[in-house]
Design a protein around this ligand. Structure first.
Ligand SMILES: Nc1nc2c(ncn2[C@@H]2O[C@H](COP(=O)(O)OP(=O)(O)O)[C@@H](O)[C@H]2O)c(=O)[nH]1
Ligand SMILES: [Mg+2]
Length: 387
């Protein structure tokens, strides 16, 4: 007996785990219908059974259990979603962890493999690119990133990858390389469609870092106080900037000569600033500027407290944003700048975008292979694009 991937019958919980009125289980594979027929009794005339072959269209209401006519059976509604290439059935049962566990165990006892929903979505899927985009789509945090992923779900990236593969198959390695380079233009965006950009807010104590994070979040997320050294831990907040998901990290103020708990907070702040996609260094425009002691990567300046008179001789760095976290002045402009710093080259609707970090890496490697004249290896990598 062969046990290839499509010979298996899989089951997964499709709705989130927890309690609700209903839950939905997916059952997919060559034995899906047979297993369901054994466990399911349609309501109505005693002795009624499901048809021998799965049929698209009708919904069946009845009971599902070891002995579906006995007491330990749940009321369910079942439907066939697909018959080709593998039968795919959905079972709507009562919600709640124990009902779901009971039904999944029943299926498992009949040789069905219980798996995560993502694996079920891929099972027998003729278009694996579509399944991969669907898995990413549910992770989208904003409408804008969802729109980009929806384009990929409708095949934008899959078509572009097919064109690269066709070029390689035709021996046109240079064309394949330039097509890959064009695709990789949007890799920086693609890496953040399911994972927000990390933006750290850093600066000296009391310049208004926590106030700025609160102003951007639109609610008092962080403690603000006139006492320097109030913020100790890194506090993160998820916001959307021009439709891009951004995780803002408020940090402890950085100053020289700190010790103890303050020093620990500063170390965390420095780590966050070094690892961020962007570090916003906040300056208090009404006081003598405190510049960063080290040059953090991807550093940008924000001058805060512009509602107060500027400190004599204060010269803002070129390109800095100027805001008042107190009055809200300049925040819109800061958001525009932030979006431009993070995504200087946003994809147009319908553009192919490599939409996960793993896809970006695979395409980068394939591109490097093309440049090195290793067309065979590039083709091999693209064979497994969606794995
Ligand atoms: N006038 C004015 N005061 C501000 C502004 N932003 C923050 N502050 C005040 O500056 C002090 C320190 O603010 P905070 O956000 O805790 O600074 P942090 O230590 O950098 O996090 C508080 O008293 C705030 O009310 C601003 O834009 N204008
Ligand atoms: Mg603070």
């Amino acid at each position: 007996v062969s046990d290839g991937p499509t010979d298996r019958t899989l089951a997964a919980l499709l709705t989130p785990p927890g309690t609700a009125a209903i839950a939905t289980l997916g059952l997919c594979g060559p034995r899906a219908w047979q297993v369901l027929r054994e466990l399911f009794a349609p309501a109505g005339t005693p002795g009624r059974q499901l048809p021998v072959e799965p049929r698209l269209g009708p919904f069946w209401y009845g009971r599902l259990g070891e002995d579906p006519r006995g007491t330990a059976a749940d009321e369910v509604v079942v439907a066939v979603r697909r018959t080709d290439p593998l039968p795919r059935i959905e079972i709507n049962c009562h919600g709640g962890r124990e009902v779901v566990r009971y039904l999944l165990e029943l299926l498992e006892a009949r040789g069905v493999h219980v798996c995560p929903w993502q694996e079920l979505e891929r099972h027998g899927e003729a278009d694996p690119g579509r399944a991969a985009a669907l898995a990413a789509l549910v992770e989208a945090k904003t409408v804008r990133t969802a729109a980009v992923l929806l384009d990929q779900y409708h095949g934008a990236l899959a078509r572009a990858v097919d064109a690269v593969r066709a070029a390689l198959a035709g021996g046109r390695v240079e064309e394949a390389g330039s097509r890959l380079r064009a695709l990789l233009r949007f890799a920086p965006v693609g890496r953040h469609l399911t994972r927000p950009w990390a933006v750290t807010v850093a600066g000296a104590p009391n310049v208004g870092k926590s106030s700025l994070v609160n102003a951007l979040a639109g609610y008092p997320r962080c403690v603000v106080a006139a006492t320097p050294g109030t913020t100790r831990d890194v506090v993160t907040t998820l916001i959307a900037v021009d439709g891009w998901p951004v995780e803002l990290a408020d940090t402890a103020g950085l100053r020289t000569g700190a010790a103890g708990l303050e020093r620990l907070g500063m170390e965390r702040a420095e780590r966050a600033a070094r690892g961020a996609d962007l570090c916003l260094w906040v300056l208090d425009g009404s006081a003598a500027p405190v510049w960063p002691a080290e040059t953090f990567p991807r550093l940008r300046f924000v001058v805060n407290k512009i509602d107060l008179p500027a400190a004599p001789g204060f010269a803002a760095p070129a390109g800095a944003a100027a805001v008042s976290a107190r009055t809200g002045a300049g925040l819109e402009d800061l958001c525009r700048k932030l979006a431009d710093w993070l995504v200087p080259d946003p994809p147009l609707p319908g553009a192919p975008v490599p939409f996960t970090a793993a896809l970006c890496e695979r395409l980068e490697e394939a591109h490097a292979c093309c440049s090195a004249g290793r067309a065979g290896r590039a083709a091999e990598l693209l064979e497994k694009t969606w794995d």
